[in-house]
Design a protein around this ligand. Structure first.
Ligand code: SAM
Length: 291
């Protein structure tokens, strides 16, 4: 039996054999601790019948741990140089399919329906490249993929922002966007020492459990997210200032202030103190004033 891919010695051997050089621009920091990887897979509740979607398999360290537990694995890797490596490292795992595509440009719904069974339990398990963590996550959430859970590694600060509650410094439009679609929690922290090469940030594992329905009723999702983003444009400014800027083409500042009064939200508050429910109320109040 070969050692796990993620053991430091096996990883070194593989990299040396293929003469692989890390590309910083692709966020290539590979994990070299099989226990941590197994814990990530466990945090996703991967079972015998689960289909796993992975973004950025690298040389297959996490893919291997998923493959040991799951029914099948579909992995998207942008870097063509990793394909011959994955072909060899994934040889013992014929239920792993590697697709050489940029996940941001991929039609994920099509791949999911082609590769997995209808109604199959699906989980995203990934160690995300730092430089595109947020766009990848937002794509996965906004496209409303039929996945039960996403367990993803990212920079600690980003995980904190996603899981943040109103009133905290980390709370912002990203927290609301993610929590609209999923329940978010940090599962555990990962030190930078278990990566090759070591990144200059610490990482955390975030679990996003998809909600069956959004936690608030929103009359118009597009307007809701526009208001959320607009309210945080200048964090230190009051809600009234940010919103009157956002609606300056259709409403006077006085009219914006009146709308806030009507729904009982104090315009001197800052966006970071508003709950998702209050943003939903704002969406209702400003609904008529958008073209
Ligand atoms: N899963 C491996 C591990 O845990 O050791 C590697 C993780 S590494 C942080 C991120 C991986 O994502 C790299 O293999 C990189 O080439 C790949 N990647 C970067 N951008 C990508 C994109 N847009 N689409 C798909 N894969 C991408």
């Amino acid at each position: 039996m070969k050692k796990d891919i993620a053991t430091p010695t096996r990883t070194q051997e593989i990299l040396k054999k293929f003469g692989f050089r890390f590309k910083k621009s692709l966020g290539q920091n590979f994990l070299i601790d099989p226990n941590i990887l197994a814990n990530i897979v466990e945090a996703a509740g991967v079972r015998e019948d689960t289909g796993v979607i992975e973004i950025g398999p690298g040389i297959g360290a996490l893919t291997e741990q998923s493959a040991k537990q799951a029914k099948n694995v579909l992995a998207f890797e942008i870097d063509q140089r990793l394909l011959p490596i994955l072909k060899e490292t994934m040889e013992p795992y014929p239920h792993v399919k590697v697709v050489n595509e940029d996940v941001l440009k991929t039609d994920l719904h099509r791949y999911i329906s082609d590769y997995f069974q209808p109604g199959q339990d699906l989980a995203v398990v990934a160690n995300l490249p730092y430089y595109v963590t947020t766009p990848i996550l937002m794509k996965l959430l906004e496209e409303k993929l039929p996945v039960r859970v996403m367990v993803v590694m990212m920079q600690t600060e980003v995980a904190e922002r996603i899981a943040a509650s109103p009133g905290s410094k980390a709370y912002g439009s990203l927290s609301i966007a993610a929590q609209y679609y999923a329940r978010a929690e940090t599962v555990f922290h990962v030190p930078r020492t278990v990566f090759m090469p070591q990144p200059n940030v610490d990482s955390a594992i975030l679990r996003l459990t998809r909600r069956d329905a959004p936690p608030v009723n929103v009359t118009d999702e597009e307007l809701f997210f526009k208001i959320v983003r607009g309210s945080f444009v200048q964090r230190r400014k009051t809600l009234l200032n940010n919103l009157s800027k956002l609606f300056e083409d259709t409403l006077t500042k006085q009219e914006t202030a009146e709308k806030l009064q009507e729904i009982g939200i104090d315009g001197t508050r800052r966006a970071e103190s508003l709950t998702m429910k209050e943003f939903a109320a704002l969406t209702g109040a400003f609904h008529r004033y958008t073209g």
